[in-house]
Design a protein around this ligand. Structure first.
Ligand SMILES: [Mg+2]
Ligand SMILES: [Zn+2]
Length: 282
């Protein structure tokens, strides 16, 4: 029997949403706006863009420099790592949410309202039930968001491991950290992963701890974002990228795939039933 590894990015891949945005969209428009001002106006997976027309603060300037750097093939020197990035913005906006009086239960209820497409549930459940497929989640969201959503949909046991940013409740305040803490050793990825996590390194480390690439006949990666490009470069000929159509990952593969030595097969998808169709033929 063929032994497969299926790796899922979470936002816009496993679910049709950005989990960081969702909580604020459900609960509070003003805070959703604040998150928007802190985060990218473009792809949710790239670093920040300061809103056009706003005077740039010192931090804004650093964020823009960071974005410009990541758009090139040259990595930022470790000493120039940004003070703030995606997970930090979610954490800062969680602080605002707490200060506005929102409670833990309201945040959890908001997460439980986030839909998982029935066809995606069917795709993963059927494949899992056939046996011999291991599921791994690699996400820039956080433990609490992903754990709550999976639990609500009865999918807690789907993933062998969820590799993401740490999060913990202190009373009604959710603290969201970075997978790689800002004050610890940083990854040396030159492909353009966000500072908090190199998904390629994470995939390699997970494979290393689970018998190496050779213990899987095929690795399938389901992703959409610019930061899903790096792990694809670690995969082999014959492995498969299920790449979401019209998102940043598709553009990166077009622009850089050949030059960076991307060897995998790529299938584009836009709706969950297509993932189900591909999974049914694995
Ligand atoms: Mg994503
Ligand atoms: Zn990387």
């Amino acid at each position: 029997m063929v032994k497969n590894l299926v790796v899922f990015d979470f936002d816009w891949s496993f679910v049709d949403q950005d989990t960081d945005r969702w909580v604020f969209e459900v609960l509070d428009t003003k805070l959703r706006r604040k998150l928007q001002d802190r985060k990218s106006a473009g792809s949710q997976c790239m670093p920040d863009v300061v809103s056009a027309g706003n005077a740039l603060s010192e931090r804004g300037r650093r964020r823009r420099q960071e974005r410009e750097h990541l758009g090139t093939t040259h990595p930022l020197p470790l000493t120039a790592r940004p003070v703030s990035q995606r997970a930090d913005h979610s954490d800062e906006t969680m602080e605002d949410l707490f200060n506005a009086g929102y409670k833990k239960d309201q945040v959890l209820d908001a997460l439980r309202q986030l839909p998982v497409h029935p066809a995606m549930k069917r795709a993963v459940t059927n494949l899992k039930n056939r046996g011999e497929t291991t599921f791994l989640c690699l996400s820039n969201s956080n433990e609490v968001y992903i754990g709550t959503i999976l639990e609500k949909h009865g999918l807690t046991d789907l993933f062998d491991q969820v590799i993401t940013n740490p999060a913990k409740w202190v009373g009604d305040r959710l603290h969201i950290g970075r997978r790689l803490p800002a004050d610890g050793p940083q990854h040396g990825c030159t492909v353009g992963c966000l500072p908090n996590m190199c998904k390629g390194d994470e995939l390699d480390a997970w494979l290393e701890a689970h018998g190496g690439k050779g213990s899987f006949d095929k690795i399938v990666y389901v992703g959409d974002g610019g930061n899903d490009f790096c792990p694809l470069l670690r995969m082999r000929e014959g492995d498969l990228g299920l790449v979401r159509k019209n998102f940043e990952l598709e553009k990166r593969i077009e622009r850089e795939g050949k030059e960076k030595g991307c060897k995998i097969d790529v299938t584009l998808w836009d709706q969950a039933w297509i993932v189900d169709e591909v999974f049914s033929k694995l």
